[in-house]
Ligand binder design. Structure first.
Ligand SMILES: NC(=O)c1ccc[n+]([C@@H]2O[C@H](COP(=O)([O-])OP(=O)(O)OC[C@H]3O[C@@H](n4cnc5c(N)ncnc54)[C@H](O)[C@@H]3O)[C@@H](O)[C@H]2O)c1
Ligand SMILES: [Zn+2]
Ligand SMILES: [Zn+2]
Length: 361
């Protein structure tokens, strides 16, 4: 058996996305079908539709989502129909070399659904980040469903499923930001503002938000930025050094994904400081740095996949902080949109009009 539902797909490089019928199989062993309630529009969805991730078109886009489990397949015990869940793209295997080393947030063999969702003609869809959630119902591996407090607003906690989690985790998990640190965040979209919020939660005393757009800087202040730099008006490296006693920040988080902003991050950090790359570059990008500076400045150059999060640990705890009023997830939701407005949401991403557009079902 299968169901026919409406979903948003990208058929080819740079082509506008379209709403079409998606065939969702009943859940097989270890799988779950989730009725999606809300799904945020992440820059990574745009990367997919621009062919910047891979060429496995057609993609079923959307991956920052919350919803209710509708049905589960054989052998599923952790979630049941009716559970309110945030979808994750890190269903850890428990058995790969990372998991066996006790570092499951690096899991190299994460689970996805074994069956494929398809178009009506049988064409298999590639779900974005192994999820695909701009669709009324989606098929995932049951481990991709993380139960959270069902009284939380779906549009807000769904964002923990990707961008906001990636940002918070880039600061706290990957960057190791702690009390008294100085932190600079380059690029203040949903991911960068997640990093700002994460730095604030961790007790950083100086939090410098950097963007080319004044509206983004204004929003970043709301998440806890103590200073802002407009990258169009100032030399970013100089400005960060000025705000940190001439030294540079302890942790600099790059949330754009470009060589020039990575270079700024590299030189805006203090000696022995940490750079965290959470922005996603495209295949043609390269970077050249004096090797002596890489050596001489010491510290750590890290990248952060999904904020090195562990969904089972981090989603419920961040939902709890949200419920307590200590993490303003609602402030990330600039607008609620319909399924057929994803293409417009991509355009707004470019003009800087939104932090997150969230599709509501
Ligand atoms: N590592 C991960 O797990 C992960 C997860 C989700 C998203 N991402 C990536 O993170 C990046 C940001 O995603 P997002 O959804 O926040 O995107 P976004 O488009 O909402 O935000 C990007 C921000 O960067 C700003 N910006 C652009 N050029 C700049 C420059 N030269 N200097 C300073 N700021 C600049 C933009 O004004 C915008 O505010 C993307 O590359 C996305 O693919 C990574
Ligand atoms: Zn593993
Ligand atoms: Zn994402």
């Amino acid at each position: 058996m299968s169901q026919r539902v409406r979903g948003v797909i990208a058929r080819g490089k740079g082509k506008p996305v379209e709403v079409t019928t998606v065939v969702v199989p009943d859940p097989g062993p270890g799988e779950a079908v989730v009725k999606v309630q809300a799904c945020g529009v992440c820059h990574t969805d745009l990367h997919y539709r621009e062919g910047g991730i891979n060429d496995d078109f057609p993609f079923l886009l959307g991956h920052e989502a919350a919803g209710v489990v509708e049905a589960v397949g054989d052998g599923v015990t952790d979630v049941a129909p009716g559970d309110f869940v945030v979808l994750n793209w890190r269903a850890v295997c428990g058995n790969c070399r990372a998991c066996n080393k006790g570092k499951p947030w690096y899991c190299f063999a994460t689970h996805n659904a074994a069956q494929k969702m398809t178009l009506e003609d049988g064409t298999e869809l590639s779900p974005a980040l192994g999820i695909g959630a701009f669709v009324e119902k989606t098929l995932v591996h049951a481990g991709q469903c993380t139960k959270v407090d069902p009284s939380a607003r779906a549009a807000a906690v769904g964002l923990l499923g990707c961008g906001v989690m990636a940002g918070i985790g880039a600061a706290i998990n990957t960057g190791g930001v702690t009390r008294g640190d100085s932190v600079a965040v380059i690029g203040c979209g949903g991911v960068g503002d997640g990093a700002v919020a994460g730095a604030a939660l961790a007790g950083a005393t100086t939090i410098i938000a950097i963007d080319t757009d004044e509206r983004k800087l204004e929003w970043a202040r709301g998440f806890g930025a103590t200073h802002t730099i407009n990258a169009r008006e100032s030399d970013v490296i100089e400005a960060v050094r000025e705000l940190t006693g001439g030294n540079g920040a302890d942790v600099v988080i790059e949330a754009v994904g470009r060589p020039e902003t990575y270079r700024q991050a590299f030189y805006a950090r203090d000696l022995a400081g940490t750079v965290v790359l959470v922005g996603v570059p495209t295949p043609e990008m390269t970077i050249e740095l004096p090797l002596l500076d890489v050596f001489g400045r010491g510290g750590a150059l890290k990248s952060s996949w999904y904020g090195d999060c562990l969904p089972t640990r981090d989603f419920p705890l961040l939902t709890e902080l949200y419920k307590q009023g200590r993490l303003d997830l609602d402030a990330f939701v600039t607008e609620e949109i319909a399924l057929d407005e994803v293409e417009q949401a991509f355009a707004k991403m470019h003009t800087g009009d939104v932090l997150r557009s969230v599709v509501i079902f």
